[in-house]
Write a protein that binds this ligand. Sequence first.
Ligand code: HEM
Length: 179
Amino acid sequence: MKGVIFNVLEDAVTQEHGAPAWDSLVQSSGASGTYSSLGSYPDSELMGLVMAASGALGAEPGEVLRWFGQRAIPLLAERYGDFFALHASARSFVTSVNGIIHPEVHKLYAGAACPHFHFHDLDDGRLGVGYRSPRQLCRLAQGFIEGSAVHYGEVAEVEHLGCMADGDPVCRLAVRWTA
Ligand code: HEM
């Protein structure tokens, strides 16, 4: 996982819980704690930090990932404002992830392995989102989607219709946005 993700996690934890909380997560998980945005670090190190936060907060690891995704969006908006400025709604922003955002991320960060999403309209008007990645970070994706809604002054209702964690080949989310 690219160092920039660790940088954003550190900023999110420090903003909400203070610098000592980040130090304590680093210590208890055995992570290195020092990340260059361009560097690559083991996925297990990110999950170690998530598990340490889960233990400290008494929250499910998936909830920690979702929280991180939500809090990451304002921090990403500071770093990559252009990706947000191109869009007037959260749906437009989120569905640009395959065509614009992650391809640009690949150019900026050599070796990034960003997931590809499958978007399709569901019969009930919601947006179907298919996600498959060996990292199984669907709850992080959910948090990104919810955080994006907040950025555009909207609310996103995200339902998990299927999950790799339950043995499904792909995670399936259904999203409804309201103004
Ligand atoms: C400004 C917007 C965004 C930026 C700059 C960004 C950047 C990144 C970067 C740098 C990674 C790490 C890749 C790696 O280390 O291999 C990543 C991973 C990821 N991104 Fe994005 N991203 C953005 C928006 C989004 C959105 C809107 C979604 C969801 C719809 C999303 C979903 C994910 C997920 C789930 C991962 C984890 C990797 C995996 O699942 O395998 N990202 N992104």
